[in-house]
Design a protein around this ligand. Sequence first.
Ligand code: SF4
Length: 477
Amino acid sequence: MSKLDCLFLHPSTTMRVRQRGSPQVEDRIRNVIMPMGTIAIADLLEREGYSVKIIHTGLERMLDHSFSVDKILEKYDATVVGIDLHWYAHGYDAIQIADISRETTPNAFVVLGGFTASFFAEEILEHSNSVDAVIRGDAEIPILELMRQISTHKLENVPNLLYRDGKSIKQSKNRYIASTQDLNDLCYSNLPLMENWHNYIKLTSENDALQPKLKTQGWVCIGRGCTANCSYCGGGSNAYKIISGRESPIFRSTEKVLETISRFEEMKISCLYIDFDPYPSNRNYYLELFDKIRREKIDIGAQFLLWSLSDSSLLKEFKKTFNPLFSTITLSPESGSEKIRKINRSFFYDNAQFFHWLDHAKEETVPIELYFTSGLSEETYEDFKQTLMFCYKIKEKYPMVINMVCNPIVLEPVSPRFLHPSQWGITLTMPTWRDFYVTYKKFAFGVSVLSRLGYQTKDLPEGEIIELSKIFNENFG
Ligand code: SF4
């Protein structure tokens, strides 16, 4: 038995589904991408002299069906067990890991972190005795301080901590908000802290399954925060203010990001995943970064997500910089209706501007992926028909658009729609932490649920919102 200071256990979403054409059921692992910060936090603790390991429980189950969390907990017998709960879809699985930890290693201190855990911290501690504390907001310095204080039990000294104190719950007084310098001091490329990381980089989408493939992916942390408040998004400007007290976005320096990218190249990662663009009217940061990547002659591809349209120079520079094999630019117009896009998306562009941008991408032959959605506020059947017509036009005129996907919006905690449903013309069907937890528990056991998305709009019931996305994907998938 080895004794570890901190064991990070990453949950995935378990979905029990019936096999096609058979009464047999099987468990599928979903939402397999891990928050980038877990690597950086684990690396920070290791540099400070603590023994640390990350186990991705979903990946381990994919690799070995007999994998069990209790055996891992027994093996490492950690002082602190850290469970990331950033995305609500991991809610049930995260608490299950906490419960197993309490049974198997009752003396381990179980701490949760991430956006979902931060927002629902009080409810989580109220409902789950297996969780000792939740770090709310930025977690780097708080978890380091927790490791220092764990033997003395002076938890009031740990910033951003909501914790149990006997039968009551207490909030520590100090607030920690990560600065640019703090982000620059972190290392996001120490993947070997994770067991089987060679297999993790083969998981390139949330619902991926392990299979032999050439593409490997590395998520690049560029910064934190957003300036916008899209109706459906739980990671917008107000959400950051509520959860971590962050007033405006911060960026890592291009030199530090370059170090990460260079390390990813050495690790044989073929495609970067970059999803951080809070100032679409000024992309100088990326022009500088791309220039540095070229100067260093780093040979790597990139899936680059734009949060709004760009000028043609960004497209040109992107093309010049990245290996073309897996490189794409992704944009989310969400709807073909300008009216609906304007209501729901903060960084608005009209259809003429959008097609002008696609013309540039066509000239530069940059592969484009487009994401759409159903269930937006104020959206009717007629609006969705406009989305379909819009996409027929794209399909006809733009052969470099390699992928168009539509997914029904799911309710994100802390999004404007979650916080003010009536203003956004929706009715919530999952208003509390308990609702998210129970829904995902039912998914894990293959039990039918009353609501999958967490809301219905005043114009469309949930089943029809799901059906619209299905119709889209039958036409364009
Ligand atoms: S969806 Fe909107 S609010 Fe959310 S991160 Fe993107 S731009 Fe910001």
